[in-house]
Write a protein that binds this ligand. Structure first.
Ligand SMILES: [Zn+2]
Length: 435
């Protein structure tokens, strides 16, 4: 992986795009219902980027006739897309990249039918990741996060939300967030850090979860806010993790310290959403188990329901979130990888799209909107990310496809040829400027 920082200052022109999915805005706010299917496709398109921003979007014919472009052609880096598909870089709004090792014990044990408790007794489960992160140096964690960011970019992702949550003590959570910050500085894409101290009750607080919640609220959140290490506070709100009351307590502390909130919700069991929507969470993620009666309030809010079908796939579940029920109720939905070592070890947004189409009956256009513009809404970055429009950040992905539906269709491989992150191209094909 090499990043062409040297070219950031030069204008970059993408030409001969068969389908450019502009995702240009059709109405204010996140996409809902039929608007999810409007990709704003421009054919035979061209995009001009300058100083990390998109400056114009149009047809290749018009671009080549433009007097400014004609005059400055020698100064411009041209990328001939040769009839391929270009879309806004994916916005992966849910990842857990700060861990040291794969959880192979869990993997094999689960295949052989072991329960969660049996896996934990065999030395697996979240405890294995906690030990790894607590023992690791910040430099080692930074290296791991950077490797994940580079791999994400290789699959077409240009904006990533990255959570802490395997340290679960003050020092290790701050170390995790510092590793995210250090890795983000080396990566041309955009990283949104999230503090997930309330991921699980760590072993030393077993049976005393209220004490741990107090530690999260009274020590961890103030320290994270003071050092500006995160934009969001996340809570795993579920049976066996944190209750709705504990989540509300943590959200209140986050609010007090000027941090926005989001939550893991409804993965294993149903929690009523009303009391938590009051905190205007940016997103509620998983959403396998949600009460029908909560959908109207969710649809009236700007909270995004983010589905992470990679977790359902990897845990071998036959049931997936009922995306159609949410879309038909007018809820704004997004898709993310949930990259993590226990339940979703994938960095591939195209794989998440494929699962959303095949197992959740989302149409290919709906899945693409959920993975781009609505992902940007889930991170409160829709003003600069998630669509290809003048003034927005130059975040693009070029796929080896002549029709966008091929992105979820060719599952399990990687057809991303190139990503452009804040105007910086990177990918297998960039070295000779030929795609
Ligand atoms: Zn997660």
């Amino acid at each position: 992986m090499q990043y062409g920082d040297c070219v950031k200052s030069k204008p970059l022109l993408l030409l001969n795009i068969r389908q450019l999915l502009t995702m240009r805005s059709v109405a204010p706010g996140p996409r809902r219902g039929p608007a999810l299917s409007d990709l704003g496709i421009l054919e035979s398109a061209a995009v001009l980027c300058l100083a990390g921003k998109i400056v114009s979007v149009g047809t290749t014919k018009d671009a080549l006739r433009d007097p400014w472009l004609k005059k400055n052609r020698k100064k411009i880096i041209e990328l001939d897309c040769r009839g391929r598909v270009v879309l806004p870089g994916f916005v992966d709004s849910h990842t857990h990249p700060v861990f040291t090792l794969a959880r192979l014990v869990d993997f094999e044990k689960r295949i052989s039918g072991a329960s969660y408790e049996e896996i934990a007794e065999a030395g697996g489960g979240i405890r294995a990741s906690i030990e790894g992160v607590r023992k690791a140096s910040k430099a080692a964690l930074t290296k791991k996060v950077f490797a994940a960011l580079a791999d994400l970019a290789g699959h077409g992702t240009t904006t990533v939300e990255a959570k802490s949550g395997y340290g679960l003590d003050l020092e290790s959570e701050l170390k995790s967030l510092e590793a995210i910050r250090a890795a983000a500085r080396e990566w041309p894409g955009t990283v949104v850090p999230t503090f997930l101290g309330a991921h699980a009750v760590p072993p030393e607080y077993r049976g005393r979860s209220q004490h741990y919640v107090d530690l999260v609220c009274d020590e961890m959140i103030p320290a994270v806010a003071k050092h500006k290490l995160a934009q969001f506070v996340d809570v795993f709100c579920d049976h066996g993790a944190f209750s709705a009351d504990e989540t509300a307590q943590i959200f209140t502390a986050a609010e007090k310290h000027g941090l926005a909130v989001r939550a893991h919700m409804g993965q294993l069991s149903e929690t009523r959403l009303g009391p938590l929507l009051r905190y205007q969470p940016a997103s509620l993620d998983h959403m396998d188990h949600v009460n029908d009666a909560d959908l109207p309030a969710l649809a009236q809010s700007d909270t995004i329901a983010t589905f992470v079908p990679g977790a359902n796939y990897f845990l071998g579940l036959s049931k997936y979130p009922d995306a159609r029920r949410f879309i038909e109720a007018g809820v704004a939905v997004a898709l993310a990888t949930d990259y993590n070592p226990g339940s979703s070890p994938t960095l591939s947004m195209p794989m998440a799209l494929s699962l959303a189409c095949t197992h959740m009956k989302m149409s290919p256009p709906e899945a693409i909107a959920a993975a781009t513009i609505n992902g940007a809404w889930a991170l409160r970055l829709a003003g600069c990310k998630g669509s290809v429009e003048p003034g927005k950040d130059a975040d693009l992905a070029v796929f080896d496809a002549s029709d966008y539906r091929e992105i979820p269709y060719w599952f399990g491989g990687n057809r991303c040829l190139l990503t452009i992150m804040n105007g910086v191209p990177s990918g297998r094909s960039f070295a000779n400027h030929a795609l």
